[in-house]
Design a protein around this ligand. Structure first.
Ligand code: ZN
Length: 213
């Protein structure tokens, strides 16, 4: 079972080149594969970063990499605040997650991901939705005009099979929103109290003035 937090992953992000475009609005998560065979177990964010530099990108194009080999914490790719390079035409408002694997040794699409990878993916999506609201979820191949079989599995079907442990996360969002609006009300009340105190002292100055006459 996956138990990492977003902080665990993001503190290791080493791919902010400082000149990547900032994301203004986030509305979806796109799942990809590295299009590599199951026996290539050593691929991680550092490898993909090198591949993408060779393709002329400024940095790794994905925001997260889910490795093979039983590791349960995803690796940080491009910072969450930066526009990725993973889904042509849809990068500006989406986060890209790369699952390592996805092809057979001949390079044909193959759903060869491990259960640990799927568990990690599910937990990562829960964390991202708790932090950024109800992001929609899609596989690369489901995106507009995508001519690809990436990520080699049906993301919508997989997501629908998940046990809805997302409920507590959603109510977390509700609780956090309630808390933040309560804090705002608190600040407004404090300001009102300050304003009334000023009125009271102005009035008592006037009263004192009248008394002295
Ligand atoms: Zn892809």
């Amino acid at each position: 079972m996956a138990t990492f937090t977003l902080k665990d992953i993001l503190q290791n992000s080493a791919y902010d080149q400082g000149r990547l475009r900032a994301i203004s609005t986030l509305d979806a998560i796109v799942v990809h594969s590295s299009a590599t065979p199951a026996h290539m177990v050593d691929i991680g964010a550092a490898t993909v970063h090198q591949w993408h530099l060779q393709r002329g990108f400024s940095a790794i194009g994905y925001h997260f990499v889910v490795q093979r080999g039983g590791l349960t914490t995803p690796q940080a790719g491009r910072p969450l605040t930066r526009v990725g390079a993973h889904t042509k035409g849809s990068n500006r408002r989406t986060l890209g997650i790369c699952m390592v694997g996805g092809t057979d040794p001949k390079g044909d699409p193959q759903d060869n991901f491990t259960q640990a990878q799927y568990d990690t993916l599910a937990h990562l999506i829960e964390l991202l939705r708790a932090e950024h609201g109800p992001l929609t979820l899609a596989g690369h191949r489901d995106m507009p005009k995508a001519a690809t079989s990436c990520p080699s599995f049906d993301v919508a079907l997989w997501a629908s099979s998940l046990v809805p442990s997302a409920e507590p996360e959603l109510s977390n969002v509700g609780t956090r929103n309630a808390l933040s609006s309560a804090r705002k009300t608190n600040v407004e009340l404090q300001n009102e109290i300050t304003r009334l105190n000023k009125c009271i002292s102005a009035i008592s100055d006037q009263v004192n003035g009248l008394k002295r006459r």
